[in-house]
Design a protein around this ligand. Structure first.
Ligand SMILES: [Zn+2]
Length: 117
């Protein structure tokens, strides 16, 4: 995949990650306005390694989503982004545009949903 496209996906992924962290921060500081600086701070801290407490306090869906987003970011760094993790086939571009953290091509995704993977 071209660098420019990869960069766009990386930005989308980082944005998604930030959304999760900001939403988390808002829940956490309920009643207080979560300012942008605070959210940025969390994103910075969380970008390298998550603390156990931090991960523990996230809901399952938030944690799963963060993991998917992180894995996708690692695939970008490892130049494996855009390939299905199961069959190594190319993930459909439209699918990546809609779901940049997708790690399966459509046919593998369907198999997984049917419990065949
Ligand atoms: Zn596949």
């Amino acid at each position: 995949m071209e660098q420019k496209k990869l960069k766009t996906f990386r930005e989308k992924l980082l944005q998604k990650k930030n959304e999760i962290l900001v939403a988390y921060n808002k829940n956490k500081t309920y009643g207080k306005e979560a300012d942008e600086e605070g959210a940025q701070d969390i994103a910075d801290k969380a970008s390298n390694s998550y603390t156990k407490e931090f991960l523990f306090s996230l809901s399952n869906s938030e944690r799963d989503m963060l993991q998917l987003v992180d894995e996708a970011l690692h695939r970008i760094d490892g130049r494996r982004f855009g390939s299905c993790v199961v069959c190594e086939g190319e993930i459909e571009r439209k699918r990546l545009d809609a779901v940049p953290w997708a790690k399966h091509c459509i046919s593998c995704q369907e198999k997984q949903e049917q419990g065949l993977l």
